[in-house]
Design a protein around this ligand. Structure first.
Ligand SMILES: Nc1nc2c(c(=O)[nH]1)N[C@H]1C(S)=C(S)[C@@H](COP(=O)(O)O)O[C@H]1N2
Ligand SMILES: [Mo]
Length: 185
């Protein structure tokens, strides 16, 4: 058995933190910001910034891999576990996918098993400091088991779906939902 790969073949490990997105980052205003959870759930709800900040917190050590070819290792993200929010909403029996959006142009979808996986979090800090606006402040999804295009920055809505919907990049034929090699984290 070959050793499991931490970094997918062909990726270049960088210690910088590249910024990858389409459009301009949205300004953050804690008075108007909210996070909405809805779709195929029993109880839709919304959280204001203070309500989000009062939730139980968790940290994860994560490698980010972008399909454009860079990997940034050992990022400590902290925030809340997505499974906890989905538990509060209560999944309906037909829940199969979870779609993240920034409420503007960007959206991306993951299978429900992955949304419920212990690794998947919503993060507002990196290495002990609030996220930079360029990297998704105030809140982004972090999906360590997928390439970073699933980790939606400036997260505003979480929609539980019965049927998959192609995300921003998939619908343009740029990427597919490729699993990372086992051993990646
Ligand atoms: N809202 C939003 N989230 C996004 C993107 C985007 O364009 N808009 N780009 C994705 C892609 S392709 C990558 S590689 C990562 C990059 O995160 P970073 O800019 O913090 O390195 O964010 C992802 N999340
Ligand atoms: Mo990316």
């Amino acid at each position: 058995m070959p050793a499991p790969l931490r970094v997918p073949p062909g990726q270049r490990v960088t210690r910088s933190f590249p910024v990858m997105h389409v459009g301009e980052p949205p300004a953050f205003d804690a008075r108007t910001w909210d996070l909405r959870i809805g779709g195929a759930v029993e109880r839709s709800f919304r959280l204001a910034w203070d309500e989000y900040r009062a939730l139980p917190r968790a940290a994860r050590d994560v490698d980010l891999h972008c399909v454009a070819g860079w990997s940034r290792l050992d990022n400590r993200f902290e925030g809340v576990v997505l499974r906890d929010l989905l538990g509060r909403a209560g999944l309906r029996a037909d829940a199969r996918f979870v779609r993240f959006t920034d409420g503007r142009h960007y959206h991306t979808t993951i299978p429900i098993d992955l949304a419920l996986d212990d690794s998947t979090i919503l993060a507002d800090t990196l290495d002990g400091r609030p996220l930079d606006l360029d990297h998704g402040a105030p809140l982004r999804a972090i999906v360590p088991r997928r390439y970073a295009f699933k980790s939606c920055k400036w997260l505003r809505t979480i929609e539980v779906l019965a049927v998959d919907r192609p995300g921003f990049w998939e619908s343009r034929g740029i990427v597919a939902d490729v699993e990372l090699p086992s051993g990646s984290r």
